[in-house]
Write a protein that binds this ligand. Structure first.
Ligand code: C2O
Length: 602
């Protein structure tokens, strides 16, 4: 049995977590090609630090002199061109892997426009593990605000409290403190994953990186010679906190740059990046090898269309599920999704364009200054030159949708069991006056999620189990026994939305236009696609099925940063009686108790 817990009326609380953020901001300065600073060398402390940097520039010292650029520039490209180490030992014998992140404000200019970023390095350090390994990441927070790190796609079976979801499984790591994430990579999980800050829109400012899980049991293991990361992200030239305040305000974002006032329209990005650079990344490959390119969209708003001139891409993985290979020229990839494609370096030696075209037609509001064609260079068998290769002549319809589900056929077939429970959810954007002025917020049914100043929901459940009551801004579906569950999600918005479920791999059993109609809408239960992030079509519906066998409180949300911050999030609370057995580390509850307002558990 499921219990749907949205108390009927809207909450009166107006503390959308995002409005509370007050990050130091400096005016961006145009300055090309300067790399992102690493760790303390480039820490600027608030306005004083920013002023010092601006001064250094004005004096003509340049940051390189004034602040000592290290030879170990923070662009990971300087080390490896984002090629994975072919000597990494893939084994089924687990080990423990330790990492340390120091997250701070730093100055960088990934697209040539200098701004404050939030980073360890950019993109974040590669975490590379085998299935079954134990992962220990000690995160030091040197930001002026709290943060958390979420391990996107990790099942976290038995360790929901390591999921890193601000306001749900964890209170933010206070400034100046650290938090040790410690969990086991599921022995049956492998593929391409990532991690990112999960507090407000912080990841938009740079806190994200790749997490790769190898396994000799991965069906596509051994079908390629080398591997490379292809990290795609959209990028803004100012801090997300300021954009978010505008986005959630009555007037909406300042439309003067975009041709008008636009309440409810998402801020369009200023540029796009491949492996942390605009038009500067290079893939230096060897001829006549099969490369597994691991595409990850770490962006905030943008769906990319990925292609490489003259090279067919064989799609073999979607979000950790190995696929029956399918050849394409272009791959659409929405926010938070991953694909692996095999590319064979068997064409004429030379340089080719790698293209990540930003699907700007999917935005509510365009940015006339945005160059939507983001390029990198792939070279083999010759010295790199500026490619004069041509784009594929066949277009892929830019419909703001995923690859067709018929192309996502898992290599290990699995038919979902019959469902034993289901819920319909309707997502929409609505004007509300709950915070005083008129605002456009996002709703799941009648609920707009807020990280509220109440006891952390997970800590509360660990004390009270199924008797827990949730604040009225929390839409929570509770299952107190293992259920095969169908979630039917209807979209009352014209735009498509990439939805992600924490802690699970779901089956996509249906999708269509308009509303889902029980008994009429077609469902497919024969080896349907399995993944963790899917695109809900504009004015359409999707049906996903999953098994509620993973104890914990799991977020289900649109991964567009602006939408999540506007409340487009609900939760699943699975097996409360097992949540009560969790050995939650005391530092987690201690950090909750330290937050302003004193979130003390009973
Ligand atoms: Cu990438 Cu809530 O997650």
């Amino acid at each position: 049995m499921s219990t749907l817990v949205p108390p009927s009326k809207e909450g009166s609380s107006n503390d959308h977590e995002d409005l509370a953020l007050k990050e130091a901001r400096i005016t961006p300065i145009r300055r090309s090609g300067f790399p992102i600073g690493r760790r303390k060398l480039f820490v600027i402390t608030g306005i004083a630090g920013a002023v010092a940097i601006v001064l250094a520039l004005a004096l003509g010292l340049g940051l390189g002199l004034g602040l000592k650029k290290t030879s170990n520039s923070s662009y990971v490209t300087t080390n490896s061109s984002f090629l994975l180490d072919p000597n990494f030992v893939v084994t089924s014998t687990p080990t423990t892997r330790y990492y340390e992140f120091v997250i701070s404000e730093a100055v960088g200019s990934p697209d040539g426009f200098q701004r404050t970023m939030l980073v360890d390095q950019f993109p974040g350090p590669l975490i590379e593990v085998n299935s079954g390994d134990e992962l220990v990441v000690n995160v030091f927070n040197q930001l002026p605000n709290g943060t958390t790190i979420h391990w996107h796609g990790q099942l976290q079976n038995g360790t929901n409290y390591m999921d890193g979801t601000n306001g749900i499984t964890q209170c933010p790591i206070p400034p100046g403190m650290n938090f040790t994430y410690h969990f086991t990579i599921n022995p049956n999980q492998y593929g391409t994953f990532w991690y990112h800050a999960h507090a407000s829109t912080q990841y938009t400012d740079g806190i994200y990186g790749p997490l790769i899980i190898h396994s000799p049991s991965e069906p596509i293991y051994g079908q390629y010679d080398r591997e490379a990361l292809v990290i795609l992200s959209d990028w803004y030239d100012v801090m997300s906190s300021g954009l978010l305040t505008q986005y959630l305000s009555t007037a909406g974002i300042d439309g003067s740059n975009y041709g008008g006032v636009n309440p409810g329209a998402e801020p369009p990005p200023d540029s796009g990046l491949i492996n942390g650079k605009m038009n500067g990344s290079s893939f230096d490959l060897q001829p006549n090898l099969r490369y597994r390119l691991r595409l990850i969209n770490m962006g905030t708003l943008t769906e990319f269309m990925f292609s490489v001139d003259s090279h067919v891409l064989s799609v073999v993985e979607a979000d950790g599920t190995s696929l029956v290979p399918v050849d394409v020229h272009r791959v659409p990839i929405h926010v938070a999704q991953r694909y692996s494609v095999i590319l064979t370096t068997n064409q004429t030696a030379g340089s080719y364009n790698v293209r990540a075209e930003m699907q700007a037609t999917c935005y509510k509001l365009g940015n006339p200054n945005l160059n939507t064609m983001v390029l990198a260079t792939m070279t083999y068998g010759a010295s790199p030159t500026t490619p004069n290769s041509q784009d594929w002549s066949d277009a892929f319809p830019s419909l703001c949708l995923d690859l067709n589900n018929t192309m996502i056929v898992p290599q290990i077939p699995m038919n979902p069991p019959n469902s034993t429970d289901s819920v319909q959810v309707f997502m929409s954007f609505q004007q509300t006056t709950q915070s005083g002025g008129t605002q456009t917020l996002a709703f799941m049914n009648s609920t707009s999620w807020k990280r509220i100043a109440q006891i952390l929901p997970l800590l509360q459940m660990s004390k009270l189990g199924i008797q827990t009551t949730f604040d009225s801004s929390q839409l929570v579906v509770v299952h107190d026994n293992i259920t095969v569950f169908d979630l039917i999600l209807n979209n009352y918005d014209d735009a498509s939305h990439p939805f992600h479920l924490h802690g699970h791999v779901f089956w996509i059993i249906g999708e269509g236009d308009g509303d889902y109609l029980s008994g009429v809408s077609q469902l497919n239960t024969t080896n349907p696609p399995r993944r963790d992030t899917l695109t809900l079509p504009g004015y359409g519906w999707v049906a996903i099925r999953f098994i509620t066998d993973n104890p914990g409180l799991w977020a289900f949300h649109c991964h567009i940063g602006w939408h999540m911050a506007a409340g487009l999030l609900m939760q699943f609370a699975s097996l409360p009686s097992q949540i009560q057995q969790f050995q939650i580390p005391s530092y987690l509850s201690d950090q909750c108790a330290q937050q302003s307002g004193g979130l003390v558990v009973n």
